[in-house]
Design a protein around this ligand. Structure first.
Ligand SMILES: Nc1ncnc2c1ncn2[C@@H]1O[C@@H]2COP(=O)(O)O[C@H]2[C@H]1O
Length: 897
């Protein structure tokens, strides 16, 4: 709750604690005509009555076992006075004059009042809504704190609690007593605490009472101090220290069962009443807090006790500020009326803002609240809608902006309000709701720059597309380059799918896309499939021996295996180095069959998305898995799942993008509802092929749970290669594993500050998921971070595949997903510069630091520089790039000779 109801409850105590309570007493008591007439009018008649009653009680029961104390300041005041009267001494002064003064205060009668027409102005006693004060009968929960082992007084109190239908617990130390009030304790919170105050050397009871009162939500707890009879009967026995420490009652030590029973019943009733009252105040404070209008409650001295969130937002104050003069916050006619005691009034109010020199003029309604004839509180309500209008007129976006928007929408839409209310009644709260509410709370009383920053962040959090990238305005990046924009847009955005203006009937089978016409290639791959055996020639062995180096000769492997690199590399890495067969409890033959069927289902006709790409990604994942960081985090089964995912992650890729499949109404797009079409297909087909035939089923020996776990891992990693989620995965990874050093820009926007690696979160399972996703993502696009000759060949291959898609889109009159990727006009260097700038660098920097592999970034930067050189040299086409590369190699060779 944002309001501070505790201040409403004890403001009278606080008032006097500004000086000492005694001093306040001395100030009020001897004054025949009280400065505050309202207080005096309320207090005087009751004072004499109650004090008389109390004195009778004291004199008649002083020798008896119990002395009772009220819980409010007025009663405390009277106890003090009586106590002083009886003891003949005051803490402020023990002089006869002072005593006389006190007596005259006690003797005040209504006749002493100045003749002011208070009745006409003061409100009649307010109706306290009794329903709010309803206190359900609860069994008593008693806590006894007696340091002495086997205390008989303690036993008497506990048995009295049991007799009155309650439960009791006995503890021996203050620490145990305080533990009983901690929220995480299973046991119920005590309603009544009986504290042994007889032996200060064993335990300081007043200290403990203060500590209990210092804890949250203990206002309703009844604290009873047990004192020695001998001490209590002494003339100098002082009640006040107990009151000040927070005790409600004093009990003289006794073993008498009926005395304790009576005490328990009274304590239970007092506790129930206190709980009901505090609950009611808390509920009303919560209501004020949720109110859009600006609400403030003052005491009878025109000091603000409580303000709601809307008030704080406009004024720039904090909720928990303690009582403060109303004159500091407002001016104008309302100030005069608030002090006048007039029951209901309406007047303009000038609200002073803290952060800015300006004030806000608002219509305000005031009303006085009283429990008897005199005002106890004044409630001020200012219209929030007027703040909004004022802000609009001034054209400023101050901190009220959020509140005023809410006002507008809620006010204009009653229906929405009802449904919101219904929603709020549901036991649902998403983490994002909590985050937004925490941030909103943090704005209270914060400096304007922080408020602006937080509001901006909250606005962003309110959008549903938290991880959707927005092109950054970065002068270092070539945002003006249409080729880069085209490529990145196609990779990251789903919007393109909506440009389905024209369509042609899609193909029914992925495998029957344009490349299937390339019969010769298909025949070749099928021939290879039937003859597949893991035989390695000398050259092949040589290449495979370097399977764990970053400049692994992937294209040489492609040549040597005649387009079957995946099976060979898979056997070497999965069957050999990583011993996937042990992790999966399968034999090597099954793994061979599995690799074969997976490789067969890649399209050899694709220039980029073929089994060489799969082998390349597999090799990158294997390389990453060798890094210490990953070795320490991933289990063998997780490593196996990562290798399986890498090998299969693009299976049956048609050589066209998901956007193309959606635009062409392909059966896969229909099947997967245009969402993650290709990745869903890759994952699903992997399992379909694997489970279809026992001879290839590498999972067949896994128990149900392990299989489920591996399957979950594989699916998650394959789906993570979906590029529309690129920034989501990257941002989550960076958020978890990197901490930004302090001193970020004031507006909270992105800075060039270095991020520092924070590996404290390494072991949590949900964070390990982020690592695995990042690993396969980086492997998937690692071609741009490979040594130049590989990176350039991959760039040529992907460009060729894009060109073919554009050709097909044009031929079939489909929307062209990447119009810039037209073989006649496209600049390969520029596309690569954009790809490295937008996709590669940030991700590789984060990953390289995480696994300690700086060469990932070095290669990416070198490649970027070389592409730039080529761009500046006017190189654009694939043929030009090839020529320039050949020339570069020749030049290097010549120089070496
Ligand atoms: N060197 C590159 N240049 C441009 N785009 C690339 C490059 N490497 C990978 N990509 C794209 O990044 C995507 C990653 O997921 P896919 O393998 O499905 O498809 C890939 C390509 O579309």
């Amino acid at each position: 709750m944002g309001c501070t109801p505790s201040m409403l409850l004890d403001h009278k105590n606080r008032r006097d604690s500004t000086g000492s309570q005694e001093a306040a007493l001395a100030k009020i008591a001897p004054t025949p005509v009280c400065q505050n007439k309202a207080v005096q009018a309320a207090r005087a008649p009751r004072a004499s009555l109650e004090s008389d009653g109390f004195s009778i009680q004291l004199s008649s029961k002083k020798d008896s076992y119990v002395s009772q104390m009220g819980n409010n300041f007025a009663t405390q005041l009277h106890i003090k006075r009586i106590s002083e009267k009886l003891h003949g001494e005051g803490s402020s002064s023990g002089s006869p004059g002072a005593r006389a003064g006190r007596r005259s205060s006690l003797a005040l009668t209504p006749e002493d009042e100045p003749l002011v027409d208070i009745a006409n102005r003061s409100p009649p006693p307010s109706q306290v809504p009794s329903a709010l004060l309803y206190a359900p009968a609860e069994p008593l929960e008693l806590l006894c704190v007696f340091p002495e082992r086997g205390s008989r007084v303690c036993a008497a109190a506990c048995s009295a609690a049991a007799r009155s239908g309650g439960e009791s617990r006995a503890v021996r130390s203050a620490r145990e007593a305080l533990d009983a009030f901690r929220r995480d304790q299973d046991a119920k919170q005590p309603h009544v605490v009986v504290i042994d105050a007889r032996q200060i050397q064993l335990m300081d009871a007043t200290l403990l009472a203060r500590a209990i009162r210092g804890m949250k939500n203990t206002q309703h707890v009844i604290l009873i101090a047990v004192v020695k009879k001998s001490a209590y009967l002494k003339d100098d026995f002082a009640v006040l220290p107990y009151l000040e420490a927070g005790f409600n009652r004093i009990m003289v030590e006794t073993l008498g069962a009926s005395a304790w029973c009576a005490e328990m019943l009274q304590a239970r009733a007092a506790s129930a009443t206190a709980r009901a009252q505090i609950g009611a105040v808390a509920a009303l404070a919560a209501a004020a807090d949720r109110c859009r209008d600006l609400v403030a409650v003052t005491d009878d001295q025109q000091r603000i006790l409580l303000t709601n969130k809307s008030w704080c937002r406009v004024v720039g104050s904090r909720l928990e500020e303690g009582p403060r003069p109303l004159t500091e916050a407002i001016s104008g006619e309302a100030l005069r009326l608030a002090a006048s005691g007039v029951r209901e009034w309406e007047a303009p109010i000038m609200l002073r803002r803290r952060a800015t020199p300006d004030s806000v003029l608002l219509p305000c309604r005031g009303s006085s609240v009283a429990l008897n004839r005199s005002t106890s509180h004044v409630v001020l309500v200012c219209e929030a809608a007027s703040v909004m209008e004022g802000e609009r007129a001034r054209g400023s976006l101050h901190s009220i902006r959020r509140g005023s928007l809410d006002v507008r929408s809620v006010a204009s839409d009653g229906l929405r309000r009802t449904s919101l209310a219904k929603l709020q009644g549901l036991p649902l709260e998403a983490p994002i709701t909590k985050v937004i509410s925490l941030l909103s709370t943090a704005t209270e009383g914060a400096p304007p720059s922080t408020v602006a920053c937080i509001e901006r962040a909250v606005d962003m959090l309110r959008t549903s597309e938290l991880y959707s990238p927005q092109m950054r305005e970065d002068p270092k990046m070539r945002t003006e380059d249409p080729i880069a924009t085209d490529l990145i847009g196609a990779l990251l955005s789903r919007e393109q799918l909506n440009t389905n203006l024209a369509y042609m009937q899609g193909t029914t089978n992925v495998l029957s896309s344009r490349r299937s016409s390339n019969d010769s290639t298909v025949v070749r791959s099928q021939a290879n499939r039937t003859n597949m055996k893991h035989k390695t020639t000398g050259q092949l062995r040589e290449v495979l021996d370097t399977a764990l180096s970053w400049d692994f000769e992937i294209f040489r492997l492609e040549d040597l295996t005649r387009g079957r690199p995946l099976t060979h590399l898979g056997l070497t890495l999965m069957g050999g180095r990583f011993d996937v067969c042990s992790a999966l409890e399968c034999d090597e033959r099954t793994l061979l069959h599995w690799l074969t069927i997976i490789e067969t289902n890649y399209h050899a006709v694709n220039t980029y998305h073929n089994s060489t790409h799969a082998a390349d990604v597999l090799q990158a994942v294997a390389f990453f898995l060798e890094k210490d960081r990953l070795k320490s985090v991933l289990e063998p089964l997780e490593a196996a799942a990562a290798l399986i995912s890498a090998a299969a992650h693009d299976i049956d890729h048609p050589g066209t993008s998901s956007a193309f499949l959606c635009n062409s109404r392909h059966s896969l797009a229909i099947l997967y509802n245009d969402v993650c079409v290709l990745e869903s297909h890759h994952a699903a087909l992997t399992f379909k092929l694997t489970l279809n035939d026992d001879r290839v089923n590498i999972f067949k020996n896994l128990d149900r749970d392990t299989y489920k776990n591996v399957r979950h891992n594989v699916i998650d990693m394959i789906l993570a290669t979906e590029m529309t989620k690129h920034f989501e995965h990257l941002a989550k990874f960076v958020n978890v594993f990197y901490a930004r050093s302090s001193g970020s820009k004031e507006d909270g926007m992105q800075t060039d500050e270095p991020l520092s690696l924070d590996t404290t979160a390494l072991t949590s399972p949900e964070n390990v998921v982020l690592i695995k996703r990042m690993m396969i993502k980086c492997a998937d696009v690692s071609n741009a971070s490979r040594p130049q000759k590989f990176a350039f060949e991959w760039a040529r291959r992907i460009a060729e595949e894009y060109f073919l898609q554009t050709d097909e889109e044009k031929a079939k009159d489909l929307p062209v997903v990447m119009p810039m990727f037209d073989r006649a006009t496209c600049s390969i260097p520029r596309s690569q510069i954009g790809f490295i700038d937008y996709i590669i660098i940030d991700m590789m920097e984060a990953w390289a630091a995480f696994i300690d592999m700086p060469e990932l970034v070095t290669h990416a930067r070198n490649n970027h520089a070389r592409w730039r050189e080529l761009d500046e040299a006017g190189v654009t086409t694939i043929a030009d790039v090839r020529r320039a590369q050949r020339q570069a190699i020749t030049n290097t060779n010549t120089t070496e000779e």
